[in-house]
Ligand binder design. Sequence first.
Ligand code: CAA
Length: 257
Amino acid sequence: MADVVLTEVHGKVGLITINRPEALNALNNDVMDGIAKAIEGFEADDAIACMVLTGNEKAFAAGADIAYMKDFSYVQNYKSNFITRNWESIRSARKPVIAAVSGFALGGGCEVAMMCDIIYASDTAKFGQPEIKLGILPGAGGTQRLPRAVGKAKAMDLCLTARMMDAQEAERAGLVSRVFPADQLMAETLKAAATMAEFSLPVLMMVKESVNQSFESSLSQGVNFERRLFHSVFALEDQKEGMAAFVEKRKPAFKNQ
Ligand code: CAA
């Protein structure tokens, strides 16, 4: 059986590819365990600064695997902590994770993309939360992250009607950071990831943590959190190097210290 999750390293970028093309990358336990393992590995690797999660041209992921979960029971879901156990690894990653989305990102696929820090989409991408058609609701954060990304009006429309949103609409709505022609998506995503990877890794991680704090706190708490981090970065050699390099009109050489 082929590996359902593949990993590659591109410079300082860890690339994670979901590889179940025959099922439009439907997310079963093997896939989610594979993603969790890949993320844990790249998180622990000092040579990696950020990660890219992708699928194939036809599907990023068409959702949780329906055939796999159709006979699950309430007690089984509760006891095994279905969704929570392995899906949350993306959310707990401290290094940035970029979703590179082509084709379908539906249900759990859309939710996994939204767990990432940035979504870059190809012009073929289609996003949606069609769970209602199956007699269920989104279960991996769709009803929470989608309204935060696109607002109540569109989130309700998508979740209640099950319609799909194309890449252009998703970009206009604020779900997607940038849209690229399909054949350029991976090159452009790796280029953006490589740009991030050149910065100071602890600062990159702090920026991610601070932006995420804005979703978890009031404005004054969030600004205070940011201010504490801002004060603290002056203890880093990389801050001294970054500012010295600017003044001396040269490229900084960050040491992640
Ligand atoms: N789970 C399991 N298998 C899936 C799947 C899914 N989510 N999505 C697609 N597949 C399988 C199909 O069963 C089919 O397999 P076979 O060839 O063995 O029949 C194969 O992938 C290709 O799919 P289609 O023939 O359906 O392809 P299409 O191009 O005609 O349609 C589609 C594409 C509109 C995406 C359609 O496949 C579809 O509607 N998929 C389901 C989307 C969905 O409902 N996602 C939500 C899942 S529930 C969830 O995610 C819960 C949660 O919040 C965590």
